[in-house]
Each structure stands twice: as C-alpha cells, then as structure tokens.
Write a protein that binds this ligand. Structure first.
Ligand code: FAD
Ligand code: EPU
Length: 339
C-alpha cells in the first residue's frame, strides 16, 4: 500500500538544501507501485515532480503537487566473454553502482566516480566527467510512460544523448519515469586518462600502470579538491553548461580575449569553459547574501545557509547578464529549475 505523506519538507532531499515543502510526497520502491499510483485519477491529474537524489535541481517555491521519490533498488550483472551487462534500479545511488563495478573490475564507469545522485537520473542529462559521458557506457533504460501506464525500453539511439542533454530533457520531458538503466561495460579496461589532472595525480602517486580502482580514487580525489561537499555547503555542481559556440563566434571572442579557455566540440564548434568566463567577470568566490559562487570553482553556485531558490536564481541571472555583457556569450543553466 502506497504511503502518501502531506506537507513534507524537501530540505534534506535537495543538495542545494533549499527549505521548500511538498504538498504531497510518495516514495516508490517497486516499479509496479507506479502503475498503482497512476491508476488513481487524483494522482494522475496532479502536477508531479520526479525526484532522485535532488542533486541537479533548484526548487524556487514550495511544490504544490505530488513529489515522487524513486527508490527502486537492485543491481543485476551478467558477463558474456569480455562484455559485462549491468542493470541497476533507478533508485540506486550512482556512486554505489560505480563502486560495485570497480570492485568487480568491470570497466567503464571509473571516470564517473563520485558524481552525486541516482542511477535513474543519469540518462536525463547524460552525466559526464573527466572525458567520459554516460552515453559511452549506456545500453538501454526502462521507463514508465505516464500517459499509458506502460513500460517502454529506450535504446541509446532513442535517447538522443548530447552534451548534458537527452530526449528526456527535451521532446519527452515529463512524460516518462526511468525505472532501471542497463550499462554495457567491459572486462578489458580501456583507460581514459586524457584529462590532464588524472595523469598528473597518477604521477604524484607514483602509479604507472593504473587499475580501475586507482583511476576511481584519483578522480574522486580531484573532485573533492575542487567541488564543495553538499553535506556541508549546499550546491548542485555546475550551475551552467559550458557554452558551445560556432567557429566565427569563437574567433570574435578570442580576438578580444586570447586566453579564453576552450576545447574543440566537433563539427567546427568550440566549447568554452564557463568557469573561466564567470571568473573573468569577477564572480569567483563572491558572496551575495546567502548565496554566491564557490571559491575553487566559479561555475558552482552555493547556498551559504538559508538561501531561497529565488535568491540563487536571481544571482544566476546576474551572472548570465555580466557574462553576456563582457563576452557576448549566453550561458544556459544546467540545473533543473523547479517552479
Ligand atoms: P535529481 O536532481 O533528483 O533530478 C534531476 C532531474 O532528473 C529532474 O528534472 C528530475 O525530475 C529528473 N529525474 C530524476 N530521476 C528521474 C527518473 N528516475 N526518471 C525520470 N526523471 C528523473 N553532473 C554531471 O553530469 N557531471 C558531474 O561531474 C557532476 N558533478 C556534480 C557535483 C556535485 C557536488 C553535485 C551536487 C552535482 C553534480 N552533478 C554532476 C549533477 C548531478 O549529480 C547529476 O545531474 C545527477 O545525475 C543528478 O541525479 P539526481 O538523482 O540527484 O537527480
Ligand atoms: N576554470 C576557471 N575558473 C574557474 C573554474 C574553471 O578558469 O573558477 C577553467 C580552468 O581553466 C579549468 C577549466 O575551466 O581548467 C575547466 O574546469 P574544470 O576542469 O573544473 O571543469 P568544468 O568545465 O568547469 C566540467 C563539468 C563538470 C565535470 C568537470 C570534469 C560542465 C558544465 N561541468 O566542469 O560537471 O565534473 O568538467 O569533467 O560540463 C556538473 O555537471 O555538475 C559538473 C560538476
């Protein structure tokens, strides 16, 4: 029997630590509970918010609807020669899955160590870090379709993964709840150490032939040195995406700012480091009321305590305006804004 709670604080359910409340709140532990929930017209017709770990959202207000927290657990794994297929429930903690695979020497997830949040949210923005994106290891996912009450499997092609984008953030936004994700991993490591800091840190540790565990530990170490821990200071990681611009736009920016940090983004496009743009506008480490940017990473907005969602949002608008004024480049928010 589903337990629907009323007037629930979401403070401990979002990594920004925003003190908002949900009018109704339910936890889903089995996929069939979704069928039961959506058979009831009361819940079917009410606005709803799907919640994993709450580490990529900014709550602007109390949520006047039903918050559905996905807590479907379980990890299954199958080895076929050198290939490994791992299927995890959407409610598994992402980093627990990474540790599960690294411990068994299943290769592929190690560069994605210590990303907060749930397995079920990983396809939503095609999570990525240290030269690897979810799409590189994704096989398929199973999702509940709200309109029909049925389950559907999505292949990699169906998901239309791009940098911090997928079909679930765009044309199918709000239409599906992911209940499990299947990964295609390998028994043969294919190390991706091209992110300079990884090689440097391996060298510092005197490691010349790294194991998956070494890479996982090094990535975790680098992350901890740069990013604030949400359990002590509220944040949702990078608040904006790194902007991708055309070669012509890039030539214009580079003519005035020769040091602009940039990476090739394919098809002649160029990705700029948003953290650099924001730092150049003088925002790094800035405190503005209860919010601000992180002292070691200007791309991360933080809650110094007691910030409201609106305060963080308005601050992010000031950053967008100043980056546009200085560079003529428009930053887009990466974090999901919930109103
Ligand atoms: P939530 O915040 O709960 O939800 C995010 C969005 O997905 C919402 O729109 C929600 O409605 C939807 N959603 C959640 N679960 C489901 C589901 N089962 N079905 C359908 N929709 C769903 N991200 C990166 O890509 N790379 C990083 O390196 C990275 N570093 C981070 C570092 C820190 C310190 C923090 C706080 C965040 C970081 N993030 C990073 C962002 C975040 O970890 C990821 O976006 C993560 O996938 C969010 O998972 P979640 O379960 O917390 O999602
Ligand atoms: N930089 C600055 N000042 C800053 C921050 C960064 O000048 O305050 C410049 C530096 O030159 C640095 C470069 O920007 O070398 C890149 O910085 P970093 O390596 O920290 O990566 P990022 O581009 O800021 C992205 C992801 C992170 C991911 C890291 C590692 C986005 C929006 N962010 O950050 O993802 O962990 O790379 O791969 O793509 C997230 O999505 O929440 C997130 C944390």
């Amino acid at each position: 029997m589903l337990q629907i709670q009323e007037n629930v604080s979401l403070k401990n359910f979002n990594s920004f630590g925003i003190d908002a409340r949900a009018r109704f709140f339910v936890e889903i532990n089995k996929k069939d509970e979704l069928v039961e929930l959506f058979m009831d017209p009361q819940w079917q017709q009410m606005p709803h918010l799907i919640l994993g770990g709450g580490s990529n959202m900014l709550l602007l207000n109390d949520y006047d609807g039903l918050v559905i927290r996905i807590n479907i657990r379980g990890i299954e794994h199958r080895i076929s020669k050198d290939d490994v297929y791992v299927e995890a429930g959407a409610g598994e903690v992402w980093n627990d899955l990474v540790n599960f695979c690294v411990a068994r020497e299943y290769a592929g997830l190690e560069n994605l160590s210590l990303i907060p949040g749930s397995v079920g949210a990983s396809p939503i923005q095609n999570i990525g870090a240290y030269g690897v994106e979810l799409k590189d290891v994704f096989y398929s996912c199973n999702a509940f379709e709200l309109a029909t009450g049925t389950f559907k499997t999505f292949t990699k092609a169906d998901c239309k993964f791009e940098y911090r984008e997928s079909v679930f953030k765009n044309e199918l936004k709000g239409q599906y709840i992911i209940v499990s994700v299947k990964f295609h991993l390998s028994m043969i490591p294919n190390f991706n150490l091209k992110y300079g800091a990884i090689e440097q840190e391996l060298q510092n540790r005197g490691i010349t032939s790294p194991t998956l565990k070494d890479v996982s530990q090094v990535v975790s170490h680098i992350r901890v040195s740069k990013l604030p821990d949400p359990s002590t200071i509220g944040n949702a990681g990078s608040f904006f995406k790194n902007p991708i611009i055309t070669a012509d736009e890039f030539a214009r920016v580079q003519a005035s700012f020769p040091d602009v940090v940039n990476y090739p983004a394919g098809d002649g496009l160029v990705k700029l480091a948003a953290g650099w743009l924001i730092e150049q506008c003088g925002w790094k480490g800035k405190v503005a009321g209860n919010t601000g940017t992180w002292k070691n990473q200007a791309l991360v907005l933080v809650n110094h305590g007691g910030a409201t969602g609106a305060e963080v949002y308005n601050f992010s608008s000031q950053i967008i305006d100043s980056v546009y004024t200085k560079f003529g480049v428009t930053l887009q928010r990466e974090v999901n804004i919930i109103s």
